[in-house]
Design a protein around this ligand. Structure first.
Ligand SMILES: Nc1nc2c(ncn2[C@@H]2O[C@H](COP(=O)(O)OP(=O)(O)OP(=O)(O)O)[C@@H](O)[C@H]2O)c(=O)[nH]1
Ligand SMILES: [Mg+2]
Length: 475
């Protein structure tokens, strides 16, 4: 363990030394991390951002663009040999096809390099030729950040926490009961371990579907090429200090440690610790729709995720960051096109409130943060319709729902969000089962069919502001 740590620190040390040497001559690079829980909108965000940086007609709030300093933008080959390239072309062609569709879920980390040729600003403008800034965009699942919480926990501590949470989730009670009843002193048996892991993973999936966010270990939900390996075949068992060697409990404990060492640690070291700017996408509307318990779970999960951005709070992180830090973090509530714009400010206020706790506890060690409501790809248009003698602000779009409604146009009023976020977060924290004031419905719209003018990217809401906050200062 200690040897592993020293070696890791050494290689990183060498890396960062060579990094600065070549860095003096190399063109500046901004590494932008894009994360969020499954379905938060990462793939759509990256696709729409890149499309709108290549064709910048809809990016007036990006200052370098407004000043006419972006001479060109182009995609480059991926600089990291071991990270898959973000499949921009496929995603864009699906989103902008004749019958447009949303991208499939993503299973792993991917990355894309976009380079911008810029005319320098300010005093040097007349003296220098154009310069290039590379934007390396990295897409990784937010679930993987949750695994950071495992690094400072023992198997016994993690088990206790998960067994306490499981019974409050759909389908979790029986699994928790079965795990508690398991004879953990029995000699280890692979097929038994597999069954327990399968039941536990099924419970995580069910919790995830019901809108619960803390579903660790994160890789159980998105195993990728690790599926079926021992490091992914364990489950929580009640703490048991007397478990003998070679028992089920001891082997589960060993696998939990292997998961930390072989999966969690390399991700943080190789991907996370290199990020300069970060956007955390949050499907806050989805959680509000799922009900108070899902919203409370999202809040708690956000607090957990955010510890990853406070290296000081975690010994393991301080070690891999070694003084480097994420400089800016944007918390973006996605899919704001489900709401009429009159409600967007309320959605950002809710987003702000969701992360306030975590933010107050520590100031993200100096990182600048902002909360915003955005839509990466606008799928709706707004209208005001007469309704029971009054008028109602609605959004209209093409339905994605069941096959029989597919393709139909619908107007939709999702329920008015409260002015004060506490009206939602309060009941959520107190464990309410349902919202009292409103029924926050949500509809799934298909992406709208687009006809773009030359030089124009796909329609969005505040994607240019998001871009300005995230990397505008470096252009
Ligand atoms: N209306 C609307 N829906 C969106 C928008 N962005 C994402 N969505 C919806 O959210 C779903 C998930 O978006 P993705 O970009 O695939 O989410 P992801 O975070 O990449 O999800 P995983 O890859 O599964 O982790 C999409 O299929 C759309 O239904 C948006 O800007 N507007
Ligand atoms: Mg994705």
């Amino acid at each position: 363990m200690v040897i592993g740590t020293i070696a890791d620190t050494l290689t990183r040390g060498v890396e960062s030394v060579t990094g600065t040497v070549s860095g003096a001559f190399a063109e500046p690079t901004v590494r932008l991390g894009v994360t969020g829980l499954s379905g938060a909108g990462k793939t759509v965000f990256i696709t729409a951002l890149v499309a709108n940086l290549l064709d910048r007609g809809r990016m007036p709030q990006l200052v370098a663009q407004a000043e006419g300093r972006i001479l060109s933008a182009y995609l480059q080959p991926q600089p990291d040999d071991t990270i898959p390239r973000f499949d921009y072309e496929t995603h864009l062609s699906q989103l902008t096809a004749d019958s447009p569709r949303w991208p499939d879920g993503t299973r792993a980390v991917s990355q894309l390099r976009l380079s911008l040729r810029l005319r320098p600003a300010g005093l040097l403008a007349g003296l220098q030729g154009p310069r290039t800034v590379h934007l390396d965009i990295v897409d990784y699942p937010g679930e993987w950040l949750l695994d950071l919480g495992l690094m400072d926990k023992t198997y016994a501590q993690w088990s206790e926490r998960m067994l306490a949470r499981l019974p409050h989730r759909p389908g979790g009670a029986t699994v928790a009961e079965a795990l508690r009843a398991e004879n953990a002193h029995a000699p280890f048996d692979e097929s038994r371990a597999r069954i327990l892991a399968q039941h536990y993973t099924a419970a995580l999936h069910e919790a995830r579907r019901a809108g619960f966010s803390d579903c660790s270990p994160g890789r159980f939900l998105l195993p990728g090429e690790m599926e079926g390996s021992p490091a992914l075949t364990f489950a929580p068992l009640p703490p048991d200090a007397d478990a003998p060697r070679k028992s089920l409990w001891r082997e589960m404990e060993r696998r939990f440690e292997a998961y930390k060492r072989r999966i969690v640690k390399p991700f943080f070291r190789d991907h996370f610790a290199r990020i300069d700017r970060q956007v955390v996408l949050v499907d806050a509307l989805g959680a509000i729709h799922a009900g108070p318990q899902a919203l409370e779970d999202l809040r708690a999960t956000m607090a957990d995720i955010l510890t990853a951005f406070r290296p000081g709070a975690n010994a393991f992180l301080s070690q891999i960051f070694r003084g480097k830090r994420v400089e800016r973090i944007l918390f973006a509530a996605t899919k704001a096109d489900h709401l009429h714009h009159s409600q967007h400010a309320r959605l950002s206020a809710i987003m702000e409130a969701l992360i306030r706790d975590a933010r107050d506890r520590a100031r993200f060690s100096g990182a600048e943060t902002q909360a915003m409501a955005i839509a990466s790809l606008r799928a709706t248009t707004e209208a005001t319709l007469p309704h029971k003698g009054d008028v109602l602000d609605v959004v209209q779009g093409t339905l994605l729902e069941a096959d029989n409604t597919r393709g139909k146009q619908a107007a939709f009023h999702p329920g008015a969000l409260p002015d004060d976020p506490a009206r939602l977060l309060g009941p959520a924290r107190e464990g309410a089962d349902a919202w009292l004031d409103e029924d926050y419905a949500i509809m799934r719209f298909a992406p709208a069919r687009l006809t773009l003018k030359p030089g124009e990217g796909p329609p969005h809401i505040r994607l240019d502001r998001a871009a300005q906050f995230l990397f505008g200062d470096r252009l």
